[in-house]
Design a protein around this ligand. Structure first.
Ligand code: ADP
Ligand code: MG
Length: 675
């Protein structure tokens, strides 16, 4: 007896829905993409109950005639491609013809649509994949899709949905993505009846980013503009190294204006920050990769959030180099293309060309040079507002780590504490999600246990790292371009920090990290020029590798030797250290090697060689550097400051920490009520 059957349509659609429709945000993604593909100039997204109860997307695009409105819900019904060949160069966001069929199979759907020249609009009603009704209706040109009760007929799926706050977070994030990718389209986002985002059509990304995140956010970004048109053009904005996140949530990555979650790009982005950001800490980024259509395959995953590049390595290079250039342009790292640069000892400042940081000695100076071009006039607040409700864009804003006390003009309505608690909760859940899928079955219960979103005020929580300007108010991180050669050391605080003055005020220099930066640059230069200096040990030191260390030892050993180590693998897992790099105290060699072997674990085996080399140099520098709690003679302080000023990045240590804080004379005068 034959037991194989072809599944009925509604079953296969539900199976497909499992891949396309994971959560309300994935439905919104498909609908917004359809609106963009239809040439919309205005898209309104309305949600209730985290998108579960209601998700409505309206556009003023080309609309559909009645036959198409009905056909649109068939699986593999698409107007966007016709032939296999078309798959090789897809210019629209959609093309699989699956989304509407999938969504309609797991929700109650109403489609109302009108073309420019039809006599009346059409309304199609479908519940759980069953067509209920097709009739005339009234609707201006364009399309409205109303999705109610998502997963009403798939209880197993419904259980996987998270709290309203989390689903709203994902929806907000998604709308933010598309709003950024399409500044020319007006976006409105309404959550539980309140308008959360109101962005009129903008002329470019800069203006749109301003509409979405506010001026403070823009001020803190560096502009990226690089790559190669034949492989990948890379443009957008990245955060300065002092701005750090513990997750990749603040990275908005796009390939040909398609929102993607791509490891390759994420990793290349991080590699661009090598030596100025430590591992496990991430920059914020709005990065647009433009490649020729045939260079990228978007047909990798039903949700189309993954892509495959034909020349992946070249794309990664383009991203890394563009990021590096942007950091160099703002003085955070030295331009590297020129091998001579290492020895010249002069600092590049504010070279990105667009603006002028002159006179802005404060914490945003460097990036203002890159972003705050004079040609950009923000719109008046009445036209532009992003007024958060209980949970909304503020999450995204918080992700970008804006100051907790920062409130853009239009935000009188914000209940900051409550949205922060929602952020915290959403982040907690996300972390669980990331930590593994084990907790999943319990989610249904978790939803009920969550505290109400409008919790009583509590202090804002920051995701593990303190907000960047918390230490401050008075003593602030010094930006590279505000540094002059005129620094005079006065003495030490706690035998750990050099107290000095410059033209703008009083400086505190962390002696350990300052020396770390000096040594890091020195080791990197010597290594690059193959001039590393070693010191022979009188008696070789031996140490035993753990099995995990042994697994990476062979990869690391040649690199270590380039830095002046002389290592010999004795029998089994025992290694003898015969010589160490100059400056590294003999007693530190063993600890340093063990630490390094532990960090370069198998997961990072494929890290770019440059990154590995930086890691070694950073570790060497850390172990060889002057420690804290160490008295320094005046000449030694002078020497350290002079050397520091000649490094590639005098204000940031190789692990991304600040090196110098400044208390401005102005603030001192204010403190004494003299001004
Ligand atoms: P795809 O986008 O992959 O083609 P969908 O299932 O998302 O498949 O949509 C099916 C078809 O319905 C589209 O190809 C398009 O012709 C039509 N369509 C869907 N949404 C809209 C819209 N907002 N405006 C105009 N046409 C639309
Ligand atoms: Mg589509």
């Amino acid at each position: 007896m034959s037991i194989i059957r072809v599944l009925p349509d509604h079953v296969s659609n539900q199976i497909a829905a499992g891949e396309v429709v994971e959560r309300p945000a994935s439905v919104a993604k498909e609908l917004v993409e359809n609106s963009i593909d239809a040439g919309a100039t205005r898209i309104t997204i309305e949600i209730e109950g985290g998108g579960r109860r209601l998700l409505k997307v309206s556009d003023d695009g080309e609309g559909m005639v009645r036959d198409d409105a009905v056909l649109a819900f068939e699986r593999h019904a698409t107007s966007k491609i016709r032939h296999t060949d078309d798959l090789a160069s897809i210019a629209t966001l959609g093309f699989r013809g699956e989304a509407l069929a999938s969504i309609a199979s797991v929700a109650k759907v109403e489609l109302t649509t009108q073309t420019a020249d039809a006599a009346a609009a059409t309304r199609v009603t479908i519940d759980g994949g069953k067509m209920r009704d097709v009739k005339d209706a009234a609707h201006p040109r364009g399309t409205t899709l109303t999705i109610r009760d998502l997963f009403f007929n798939v209880p197993a799926r419904r259980k996987f949905l998270r709290s309203e706050a989390t689903e709203t977070f994902h929806l907000t994030n998604l709308v933010t993505h598309y709003a950024l990718a399409h500044p020319e389209i007006a976006f409105n986002f309404i959550n539980n009846g309140r308008e959360v985002l109101h962005a009129t059509a903008a002329s470019d990304l800069k203006e749109r980013a301003y509409q979405v995140f506010g001026q403070d956010f823009l001020d803190n970004l560096l502009e990226v503009d690089g790559g190669h048109p034949q492989v990948a053009r890379v443009s957008g904005y990245i955060s300065a190294p002092r701005d750090r996140r513990t997750s990749r949530d603040s990275q908005y990555l796009f390939v040909n204006r398609r929102f993607v979650r791509d490891r390759l790009i994420g990793r290349a982005l991080s590699e661009g920050y090598r030596s100025v950001l430590p591992h496990g800490v991430y920059p914020a980024a709005l990065l647009f990769i433009e490649t020729p259509l045939e260079e990228v395959d978007v047909n990798v995953h039903p949700a189309k959030t993954e892509v495959r590049f034909r020349r992946a390595a070249a794309v990664a290079d383009a991203v890394r180099e563009s990021v590096r250039d942007a950091l160099a342009g703002a003085g955070f790292v030295r331009e590297e293309r020129d091998p001579e640069a290492g020895r010249r000892g002069e600092r590049e400042t504010g070279g990105s060309g667009e603006g002028d940081a002159g006179g802005r000695g404060d914490a945003v100076g460097a990036s203002a040079a890159a972003v705050g071009g004079a040609d950009f006039t923000p719109r008046p607040p009445s036209e532009v507002s992003y007024a958060p409700t209980t949970i909304d864009s503020e999450q995204v804003r918080a992700d970008f780590n804006l100051r907790p006390d920062y409130q853009p003009p239009s935000q009188s309505k914000i209940d900051f504490a409550s949205f922060m608690s929602s952020v915290e909760e959403a982040l907690e859940e996300e972390t669980e999600e990331r930590d593994g899928e084990t907790g999943r079955s319990g989610d249904g219960e978790r939803v009920d246990q969550l505290p109400p979103v409008s919790a009583s005020p509590r202090p804002p929580v920051s995701p593990s790292l303190p907000p960047l300007n918390s230490a401050e108010k008075f003593a602030r991180e010094v930006t590279p371009e505000s540094l002059s050669a005129n620094i005079r050391p006065l003495g030490q605080l706690e035998e750990s920090f050099i107290i000095a003055t410059d033209d703008e005020g009083l400086l505190l220099i962390d002696q350990h990290v300052a020396h770390e930066r000096v040594l890091f640059d020195k080791y990197r230069t010597l290594e690059a020029e193959r001039r590393s200096e070693s010191q022979q040990l009188l008696v070789p030191e031996t140490f035993d590798l753990t099995p995990a260390q042994a697994a990476v030892y062979d990869q690391l050993a040649p690199e270590l030797e380039n830095y002046g180590f002389e290592l010999m693998r004795l029998s089994g897992r025992t290694v003898a250290i015969k010589a160490t790099p100059a400056d590294l105290p003999a007693g530190e060699a063993r600890t340093m090697l063990a630490e390094l072997l532990d960090t370069v674990d198998s997961e990072k085996k494929n890290t770019a060689r440059e990154t590995l080399r930086d890691e070694i140099a950073a570790s060497l520098a850390c172990h060889a550097a002057i420690k804290v709690n160490m008295p320094l003679a005046p000449e030694k302080m002078r020497w350290l400051i002079d050397r520091l000023l000649q490094t590639s990045s005098p204000t940031t240590c190789p692990h991304g920490r600040p090196v110098i804080l400044r208390l401005k004379t102005r603030d001192i005068l204010k403190g004494f009520h003299r001004i």
